[in-house]
Design a protein around this ligand. Structure first.
Ligand code: FAD
Length: 303
């Protein structure tokens, strides 16, 4: 059995594994895809102390750092079931069962996509999901934010300070964001809000995004907005379906954790985008992975 079994091989899982292995305890990592969301990222400019890097490059460095230690990495394996107990069991989709004295859940999240033509083709070529990450790339340019919930409206306000103009597109006939955010939104001169707008296509020149097409759901008219960037803010889905009924989840499906990364199950800890941690970023996920790992160690020396 492992002392610490980490489920997930993104920044949170890698940090957790390194912190555990450095304690000289038996550490395993099971990951569906080592690297996680970072594998899908082109430029990264907010990984502090590294001015610029690229996703696959950062993942290679993460992998090398994990390999510096005796960590049993089981890549391309998906966890399907968690069974609490003295020895916690993690059942894999391939039928195998792993046992560990403690488990760190770091399965991350994925952005909900619009599922319209052009979106996939222009991902990272104008179609973005993270305003904190990619906002500065559109300095002085025109962007759209799709989604009028809190994250969409926050993104529009944030981007309005950087870009030339923001068009906010909301599917419903009202914005769902908090009133204070809406007040701020409408006070900014370079934001246009369009409600009852169903995005139907992302257009581009083959290299980069050059516009967005939407249907006005009231008049049925199809309209085109010329722009350089699109921020999709219609939800972040935590990869926690397999945990329903075993660990407490928030109404958004995030694993409920306390400041030390404890979940509702003794011996089970969690870190990163799959949890209730505020703000989903690489540096934050890594810090949370370290926290969860130190808490797991603390649990081991007390039991
Ligand atoms: P993830 O990176 O999502 O990793 C989750 C891991 O768990 C993966 O290995 C996955 O395969 C695995 N997994 C999932 N389910 C299972 C299962 N059932 N069994 C086994 N393994 C499983 N952040 C920044 O700070 N700067 C940026 O510039 C930036 N740009 C981004 C650009 C894009 C396109 C995207 C999508 C995200 C970006 N982010 C950026 C956000 C950042 O990538 C995430 O905050 C970070 O990767 C979260 O780390 P994590 O380890 O919690 O989860």
């Amino acid at each position: 059995a492992f002392d610490v079994l980490v489920v997930g091989g993104g920044p949170a899982g890698a940090a957790a594994a390194i912190y555990a292995a450095r304690k000289g305890i038996r550490t395993g990592v099971v990951a569906e895809r080592f690297g996680g969301q970072v594998m899908d990222t082109l430029g990264i400019e907010n990984f502090i102390s590294v001015s610029h890097t690229e996703g696959p490059k950062l993942v290679a460095a993460l992998e090398q750092h994990v390999k510096d230690y005796e960590v049993d990495v089981m890549n391309l394996q998906r966890a399907a079931k968690l069974t609490p107990g003295e020895l916690i069991e993690v059942e894999l989709e391939n039928g195998a069962t792993l046992k560990s004295k403690s488990v760190i859940l770091a399965t991350g999240a994925r952005w909900r996509e619009m599922n319209v033509p052009g979106e996939k083709e222009y991902k990272a070529k104008g179609v973005c999901f993270c305003p904190h990450c990619d906002g500065p790339l559109f300095k002085g340019k025109r962007v759209a934010v799709v989604g009028g919930g809190n994250s969409g409206v926050e993104a529009a306000i944030d981007l309005a300070g950087i870009v030339a103009h923001v068009t906010l597109l909301e599917f419903a006939d009202t914005l769902r964001a908090d009133a204070v955010l809406q007040k701020k939104l409408y006070s900014l001169p370079n934001i246009t809000v369009i409600k009852s707008a169903q995005t139907t296509e992302v257009t581009g020149d083959g290299q980069k995004v050059n516009g967005i097409v939407y249907k006005d759901r009231v008049s049925e008219e199809v309209k085109f907005v010329e722009l350089e960037g699109i921020f999709v803010q219609i939800g972040l889905l935590p990869n926690t379906d397999w945990l329903k009924g075993t660990v407490d989840l928030s109404r958004f499906g995030e694993i409920e954790i306390d400041a030390k990364g404890h979940t509702s199950v003794p011996g089970v800890f969690a870190a990163g985008d799959c949890t209730t941690v505020p703000y989903k970023q690489i540096v934050i996920a890594m810090g949370a992975g370290a926290t969860a790992s130190l808490s797991a160690f603390d649990h081991l020396i007390r039991s």
